[in-house]
Ligand binder design. Structure first.
Ligand code: PRP
Length: 192
């Protein structure tokens, strides 16, 4: 197979994780997760929208595919007055308690930042009667944590830089970039 480097988007300062590095790590983690979930009929739940790209690759890397694996999605958003988050997380989606009860839930995140979203979702699935809950994340920024949250499975730990691509956005842009890159500050802070 011939691979070619994608053209660097003009708004990207630096590629932090190449397409090849991501693919290699996702393949490795996929096999590890598949081994741990063999015979457990995992319910793989992705958070919209950021986790979609990672989840699509991860579930195909879960080899051999655990029997009974199913996919679901939830939407989670922090809300609060003005620009300051209240720290509360609103959840929406079509998952009913009957879908979750007794299932081994694997929550898929693109990034764990403060940790609030992942913690709220894991608590939510526990309350719905999941047999077990675990968190897999593409990225983790430990420097930003405000609540204790350690992914059970993690692809990459990253510094506190504004990263986009491979599902991660700024203002709904850049999600389709095949790599994770650092966004130019001029793109998110108005010129002074
Ligand atoms: C992002 C990301 C995580 C969450 C992480 O979602 O996808 O779900 O924030 O942040 P936290 O650890 O501080 O809770 P966002 O609300 O930006 O929505 P998106 O996935 O649609 O981009």
């Amino acid at each position: 197979m011939v691979t070619s480097s994608p053209t660097l988007h003009p708004d990207i300062d630096e590629v932090l994780l190449t397409q090849e590095a991501i693919a290699a790590r996702v393949a490795q983690l996929g096999r590890e997760i598949a081994a741990q979930y063999a015979g457990k009929r995992p319910l793989v739940v992705g958070t919209l929208k950021g986790a979609v790209v990672f989840m699509a690759d991860l579930v195909r890397a879960m080899e051999p595919t655990p029997e009974g694996l199913q996919l679901e999605f939830v939407r989670a958003s922090s809300y609060g007055a003005g620009t300051v988050s209240s720290g509360k997380v609103a959840l929406s989606g079509t998952l009913a308690p009957a879908d979750v009860e007794g299932r081994h839930v694997l929550l898929v995140e693109d990034i764990v930042d403060s940790g609030r979203t992942a913690v709220a979702l894991l608590e939510h699935f526990k309350a719905m009667g999941a047999a077990s809950v675990a968190l897999v994340s593409l990225l983790s920024k430990p420097a930003r944590r405000t609540v204790p949250c350690e992914p059970d499975f993690l692809c990459f730990e990253v510094e506190d830089k504004f990263v986009v691509g491979y599902g991660l956005d700024f203002d709904e842009q850049y999600r389709s970039l095949p790599y994770v890159g650092v966004l130019r500050p001029a793109c998110y802070s108005p010129a002074e």
